[in-house]
Design a protein around this ligand. Structure first.
Ligand SMILES: [Zn+2]
Length: 116
């Protein structure tokens, strides 16, 4: 899961496709170079035999707009590797206040960081 997030952040399409279950893997997949991924928060993760589910929040920035992607992803384990099956992504736009923590995850106030 985290490795897929880093692959998204790096734009590593080969890795993303390789860790995608064949039955749901898209024939073609392009990452958006305009989107910068910042933080990943795993809300919960559970694995049961060869099935896994990860509920996560991922914060990204595109053209100065902050978004939070929330998804419950389903995974399957095969040959010691986890494969992404599918999920139910919900994208919301964030409007950070000047004094709220910066969504980039720096720990600084928004106005002293990306919002400055
Ligand atoms: Zn920031």
């Amino acid at each position: 899961m985290r490795s897929r997030f880093s692959a998204f952040a790096r734009g590593d399409i080969d890795y993303l496709l390789a860790s995608w279950a064949p039955e749901t893997r898209p024939a073609r997949f392009a990452s958006d170079p305009q989107t910068q991924w910042h933080t990943l928060t795993v809300v919960s993760a559970q694995a049961n035999d060869a099935r896994g589910e990860v509920h996560f929040l991922a914060v990204s920035r595109q053209d100065g707009q902050w978004h939070c992607l929330e998804e419950r992803s389903r995974f399957r384990q095969e040959g010691g590797h986890w494969f992404y099956i599918d999920g139910d992504p919900v994208l919301t736009t964030l409007s950070p206040g000047r004094n709220s923590p910066c969504p980039c995850g720096s720990g600084a106030k928004f106005k002293r960081c990306c919002g400055g």
